[in-house]
Design a protein around this ligand. Structure first.
Ligand code: UD1
Ligand code: CA
Length: 483
């Protein structure tokens, strides 16, 4: 049957999340580079509901600011419903309903802001199950080894779902039931609205339970049903930091698996961490100990690692990035970076370029085929094409108060151990000698040298450092010399 779009998805995120023991609201804690809430809203939006509502109360301003921040990446953009002082998931859903058009009909999905592995596909599957069965309420349930803490699904002898009982309200027989309520539901809009009006707060926690909607819906003549999922990770919430880490690890495993199936070689998935927003292309190879973060993109045929962390880095095709720490950098095709490179924001490297060993770059635009091979700092610089920066050179960009820019032309050949005291410009095709401190502009084609002529004071060591290993070695190396 054809998939209908849900009328609305309501994501509950008003709870405090005290077990995180954190100054940061629970739903803002990240895994795979996105907040728990971002994962939940992205999955909800993936079902293309007419409306997407997130219910907030605890740390409302912080969470609302985050929702605003991620809104441009989520369609439909979520609107915020504020839960009032009446506690409980039922009240949270009611506050969301108040935001929606009064006569709204169709299917309303409710899910949680702290359940990050739930996918759009699973929500869609629940909606299909719900609509094809013509149910008033459908709940996603799971059979778990340890059901403690969860609401239990109560079925009659024929297996028909009757109601949900919370752990704190359950008797011993009910507590022995292992089919749990995930907290993810599909409701018929009218059934939900009508049932919520009947739900009270007369229970162990004094809360308005969303779970009570099931029994009321049945009394009103609707059928209620449960779709049992076998993928328990998808309904698992992050209540403390132990669960946060477990969910993060499992999500990463799934992300790695997805990329491997898409043609990426991951030599060791156990030491490879890939954020949800990363994009990889076929025949990328990831060596052990790599973290690819935020909006990092790697082109086909490139190899990353071992032991590299790239955050918001774009890597072209057929490039190699070895033992590198980089952020907000753009690397072209066929480049070579590392080992031991530190790419800071604003680094750009053109095709066939090289940023080599023990090199730090920042706000540096390095043209195609240009090389900074060894032991250098390139800050606030523009380097043309096919130029070579000598080993151990420093772009002296800071005068103690302000930062200044250095411009190097194309086809330039610079000696080792140069200092470019910015602001300064080196013209196309220029050369410099080793140890040059470039304080003045170098015209195209010129050779810049400013090192004082070398003087050798013969015999200085034997005279001034007599008896030292150096003096003895010097004497041995010059035996014919008369003393
Ligand atoms: C709830 C279910 C339980 C289910 C479990 C699954 C109820 C009464 N119980 O229990 O059957 O097994 O989830 O994890 O629904 N929230 C609000 N406003 C509130 C209270 C909660 O928005 O007033 C949000 C929370 O932020 C959270 C979600 O609802 O995202 C679940 O809240 P939580 O307190 O974890 O529910 P449980 O009591 O664990
Ligand atoms: Ca919970």
């Amino acid at each position: 049957m054809t998939q209908t779009r849900p009328a609305a998805v309501i994501v509950l995120a008003a709870g405090a999340g005290t077990r995180m023991k954190s100054a940061i609201p629970k739903v803002l804690h990240p895994i795979a580079g996105r907040s728990l809430l971002h994962h939940a809203l992205a999955a909800a939006a993936g079902c293309q509901p007419e409306s997407l509502v997130v219910v907030l109360r605890h740390e409302r301003e912080l969470v609302a600011a985050h929702v605003a921040e991620i809104s441009e990446r989520i369609l439909p953009a979520p609107s915020i419903a504020d839960q009032d002082e009446i506690p409980g998931t039922g009240r949270a859903a009611e506050c969301a309903l108040a935001m929606l058009p009064t006569g709204l009909s169709g299917t309303i999905v409710v899910s949680y802001g702290d359940v990050p592995l739930l996918t759009s596909e699973t929500i869609n599957e629940l909606v299909r199950f719900h609509e094809s069965g013509g149910h008033g309420v459908s709940v996603l349930s799971a059979d778990v080894a340890d059901p403690a803490g969860y609401g239990r699904i109560i079925r009659d002898a024929d297996g028909q779902v009757l109601r949900i009982v919370e752990q704190k309200d359950a008797d011993e027989t009910e507590r022995s039931i292992t089919e749990i309520n995930s907290g993810i539901y599909a409701f018929d809009a009218e059934v939900l609205r009508a049932a919520l009006q009947k739900v009270g707060t007369d229970n162990a926690q004094g809360e308005k339970y969303l779970t009570d909607v099931l029994a009321h819906a049945r009394q009103a003549g609707s059928t209620v049903a449960a779709l049992v999922t076998s993928d328990i990770w998808q309904v698992e919430g992050a209540n403390d930091r132990v669960q946060l880490a477990a969910l993060g690890k499992e999500l990463n495993r799934r992300i790695c698996e997805r990329w491997m199936r898409a043609g990426v070689t991951i030599v060791d998935p156990n030491t490879t961490w890939i954020d949800a927003d990363v994009e990889l292309n076929p025949d990328v190879t990831i060596l052990p100990g790599v973290q690819l973060q935020r909006a990092t993109v790697v082109g086909g045929g490139s190899t990353i690692g071992p032991d590299s962390t790239l955050s918001d880095v774009e890597v072209g095709e057929r490039s190699s990035v070895v033992r590198t720490h980089g952020s907000l950098a753009v690397l072209g095709d066929d480049v070579s970076v590392g080992p031991f490179a530190f790419l800071r924001p604003g680094t750009e490297l053109g095709a066939n370029g090289k940023i080599g060993t023990f090199v730090e770059t920042k706000n540096a635009k390095i043209g195609a085929k240009s090389k900074v091979p060894h032991l250098s700092y390139v800050g606030d610089a523009t380097i043309g094409e096919n130029s070579n920066i000598g080993a151990a050179s420093v772009f002296v960009n800071y005068d103690g108060v302000n930062k200044h820019h250095t411009t190097i032309g194309s086809n330039v050949r610079l000696g080792s151990d140069n200092m470019f005291v910015a602001p300064v410009t080196v013209g196309d095709g220029a050369y410099s000698g080793a140890g040059t401190v470039v304080r003045k502009d170098v015209p195209p084609g010129a050779l810049a040298i400013n090192v004082a002529p070398q003087r050798n004071l013969e015999g200085w060591v034997q005279q001034n450092r007599a008896g030292t290993p150096a003096a003895l070695a010097a004497s041995e190396a010059t035996p014919e010399q008369e003393s």
